[in-house]
Design a protein around this ligand. Structure first.
Ligand code: GLU
Length: 325
């Protein structure tokens, strides 16, 4: 399997798997769960499960229990009771208040149409992953319109100082360059993103009152003392936004490892949205073998129980992890 680079041996290791209970686990989500479990065990660390049930309209009743049962059938049991994001609104509000006080979050009144119009006026209507880059309209105030959402200010975070409210339309090229965020992914290598340019100021609390994934995930990773985030590569693009929030909230920066995705017959990432079927755990060794192969583990580990299989897989995982000092 591919070598996974560790920049430094962590003094302690706390990892997590953070499924959204929008349906049962599928083959792709087992890969992420298994990788985070193996990495935690290979580092002698703790492994936690967090149920990310903040997007309530998308949550399916009972899916959390089913996911935990599917994990358990594969021998993956968390070291502490799962944390439910739906019960943590007070913590997200405290973090939002902290960002508002630091002038890093502001209310936004824009509808999607407002954003499209503002971008078109600038000749910049370029969707990215189907998302529009927010042009920063409400950074200057709501102009009498009612607030719909709270956004995080991506600019000036490097200096962690309030924005100048006037005369900052043209950022000098060197200030753009200085906001290029760099980080290391243990599998993907050196990464970089200018969040301001690629995404724009992003939503922390939605118009419908729901908390946004970016804020909730950062607050909870911080609260749970997560040192290592191991998750699917489809989430890699969120990392820069999350690092900005970690810095702004004064949280320690975790290490990142994004795992390969399982592709469906159409070549697209397997996901609940494109109808991936529920993981069949009647033959857990087969499910583990298939997930393991996506992660580069040898096929057909000669194991008779899931515990046996997992023990052998941890040994492979440990050998593939290279510590760089
Ligand atoms: N809840 C997210 C998902 O199921 C994962 C969040 C994360 O691992 O950061 O896609």
């Amino acid at each position: 399997m591919q070598t996974l680079v560790d920049q430094a041996l962590p003094a302690r290791y706390v990892g997590r798997f953070a499924p959204s209970p929008t349906g049962p686990l599928h083959a792709g989500s087992l890969v992420a769960a298994l990788a985070s479990w193996l990495d935690a065990r290979a580092h002698g660390g703790q492994w936690l499960v967090r149920i990310e049930d903040i997007d309530t309209p998308r949550c399916v009743p009972g899916a959390d229990t089913l996911i935990l049962q599917q994990l358990a059938a594969c021998g993956l049991r968390p070291d502490a009771p799962p944390l439910y994001q739906s019960q943590r609104g007070g913590h997200y509000q405290a973090a939002l208040d902290q960002l508002i006080a630091a002038h890093l979050a502001y209310p936004c009144a824009c509808t999607r149409q407002d954003i499209e119009r503002a971008l078109a006026e600038r000749g910049q209507a370029r969707p990215r992953h189907g998302e529009l880059v927010y042009p920063g309209t409400c950074r200057h105030g709501l102009q009498g319109r009612p607030a719909r959402a709270w956004r995080f200010l991506t600019e000036n975070i490097e200096q962690n100082r309030p924005p100048a409210l006037m005369g900052r339309a043209q950022a000098a090229p060197d200030s753009i360059a200085s906001q290029l965020l760099h980080w290391q992914d243990r599998r993907l290598g050196p990464q970089q993103q200018n969040v301001e340019e690629a995404v724009g100021d992003f939503v922390l609390k939605r118009a419908d009152g729901l908390w946004a994934y970016q804020l909730a995930v950062v607050v909870d990773d911080g609260a749970q003392g997560i040192t290592d985030i191991v998750r699917g590569e489809d989430l890699a693009d969120n990392t820069a936004r999350q690092i900005l929030l970690q810095r702004a909230l004064g949280l320690p920066l975790p290490r990142y490892l994004h795992t390969p995705l399982v592709l469906g017959a159409n070549g697209e990432k397997l996901s609940k949205q494109n109808g991936a079927s529920a993981l069949d755990t009647t033959h857990p060794l087969q499910a583990l073998d298939e997930a393991g192969q996506v992660l580069g583990l040898p096929a057909g580990l000669s194991a008779r129980t899931t515990a046996d299989w997992l023990q052998q897989a941890v040994a492979f995982w440990s050998r593939a992890t290279k510590i760089e000092r």
